[in-house]
Design a protein around this ligand. Structure first.
Ligand code: F6P
Length: 322
């Protein structure tokens, strides 16, 4: 392995820069040339591929976003388009590609390694959603979690002053992990996730009981995969007449400086991805399980269900918020 490339794809997440840095520095440490592909898979098509040096990743570990930029490239689903990407890698003799992103991004990597045996591919899980098989945690989840905690703590201050119920919408696509972990951390009265059905009549009753007990305010944290906060507020209004406000946290959740946990995770996974390429491995996604770095074939990541919603944690959060 003499030359590799790295790209970031899909929704960005804090810690992607730390992962790129680990890929670049591990490769150069092992005398491998590294190329950065700008703007995700689109950059592979546009030949936006540039050599990275040790200094290219200096002063990046603490930065949110991705200095390689990210994009969602639907065109990449076409085989003739992928051939352009493969040719752009081959003409530079690039033999390994590291893709940092979600499992949609892994699919592009899987296709490249299937269609060109000379190019090995490895995926690194980068998304705030924590929704990828083959890993307990994705890069960016911890930072987004802490961002939500900070924001909801602030909302709670004003909710308390005005004795209001706040319906707060968290990201996560179809996965409830962000809402669950954040909800537990902020002591939300109700956590709504796609993995567990919630009856809004019960939510209304719980708020009512709380008010009877002297509670002045309430936080309902709803994952975007369930419904919007506005829909939730409209539905709740059918059962209870209280002063509510809606807050959609939005893309703030994707930004900011990565936490220590994300920087360490990104560094471990970035370093491991390069080691796998050097060992001839391909079509695998790296991850962390029980604090050990592991690699899982893309096929098992796509078809598996090892990243299960933590029902015990959900039940605990429920018990603690009575
Ligand atoms: O996958 C990350 C994520 O932030 C999801 O939580 C969210 O549903 C989606 O991306 C938003 O995508 P976009 O940035 O295209 O609005």
């Amino acid at each position: 392995m003499k030359k590799i490339a790295v790209l970031t794809s899909g929704g960005d997440s804090p810690g992607m820069n730390a992962a790129i840095r680990a890929v670049v520095r591990t490769a150069i440490y092992n005398e491998i040339e590294v190329y950065g592909v700008y703007h995700g898979y689109q950059g592979l098509l546009d030949d936006d591929i540039h050599k990275l040096e040790l200094g290219s990743v200096g002063d990046t570990i603490q930065r949110g976003g991705t200095f390689l930029y990210s994009a969602r490239c639907l065109e990449f689903k076409k085989p003739e388009v992928r051939q352009i990407a493969i040719n752009n890698l081959r003409k530079r003799d690039i033999e390994g590609l590291v893709v940092i992103g979600g499992d949609g991004s892994y699919r592009g990597a899987q296709l490249i390694s299937q269609e060109c045996k000379e190019i090995q591919t490895i995926g690194i899980p980068g998304t705030i959603d924590n929704d990828i098989n083959g890993t307990d945690f994705t890069i960016g989840f911890d930072t987004a979690l802490n961002t939500i905690i900070d924001l909801v703590d602030k909302i709670r201050d004003t909710a308390s002053s005005h004795a209001r119920t706040f319906i707060i919408e968290a990201m996560g696509r179809d996965c409830g992990d962000l809402a669950l972990w954040a909800g537990l951390s902020v002591g939300a009265e109700t956590i709504m996730v796609p993995e567990v059905k919630t009856d809004l009549k019960d939510v209304a009753e719980k708020i009512e009981q709380g008010i009877k007990r002297g509670k002045k305010h309430s936080i309902v944290l709803v994952a975007e995969g369930v419904m919007t906060a506005q829909e939730c507020s409209n539905e709740l209004a059918k059962f209870i007449n209280i002063d509510t406000r809606v807050s959609v946290l939005g893309h703030i959740q994707r930004g900011g400086s990565p936490t220590g946990a994300d920087r360490v995770l990104a560094s471990r996974l970035g370093g491991y991805a390069v080691e796998l390429l050097m060992n001839g491995e391909t079509a695998k996604g790296v991850g962390i399980k029980n604090n050990k770095v592991i690699a899982t074939p893309f096929d098992d990541i796509f078809d598996g269900n090892d990243h299960k919603f933590d029902l015990d944690l959900y039940e605990l959060a429920k018990k603690l918020s009575i």
